[in-house]
Design a binder for this molecule. Sequence first.
Ligand SMILES: Cc1cc2nc3c(=O)[nH]c(=O)nc-3n(C[C@H](O)[C@H](O)[C@H](O)COP(=O)(O)O)c2cc1C
Length: 191
Amino acid sequence: MRAVAFCGSARKNGNTALLLNTVLEPLAAVGVETELVELAGSEISGCKACMGCFKNKDQRCVFDNDVVNECIEKMAAADVILLGSPTYFSDISSEMKALIDRSGLVSRANGNMFKRKLGAGVVAVRRAGAIHVFDSLNHFFLIGEMIVVGSSYWNIGFGREKGEVAGDEEGMSTMKTLGENIGWLLKKLQQ
Ligand SMILES: Cc1cc2nc3c(=O)[nH]c(=O)nc-3n(C[C@H](O)[C@H](O)[C@H](O)COP(=O)(O)O)c2cc1C
């Protein structure tokens, strides 16, 4: 079993990455292979709406000059896909939006290629707008026939400077529970 987490923050090793790693920890503890992919520092641009993916139907974006096709391959190989974004002006980051639009369209062009995989969104926020970000992330999973796993609260962690979310006890506990719930469901699905 594999879980891949995509971090949409524009900065590496920030709060979103920390939250995602906290979800991955309980999964690794039960033997799931885990990987965190940070989009920060990678070239990634938005969908050009060329519809070439619908023409080619080859599970790839026509534009092969950035990380998106590598991300799509990692999604296709995983049983669990986590999307994490910081809150930027009450919305997801541009990096995450580009990944969602392009991988989402490639998925739709290929019969919903991530269907029945497990998914969950994770949000870092200083103060406000996180629910909107959470909703945006969930749209990716729910239009693609994926199974969204929940936690004891919506998957949000509060913090501003790098690492500050570690001080949000409830947020961190929500992430841990999310990882445990995903691990529990993976085990059930294997039975
Ligand atoms: C461009 C930008 C816009 C932001 N907009 C918001 C916002 O609308 N609401 C908020 O609470 N925090 C906002 N923040 C703060 C970040 O969401 C917060 O610092 C978060 O923890 C960053 O996560 P990271 O460490 O993974 O980058 C913004 C930060 C940046 C850089």
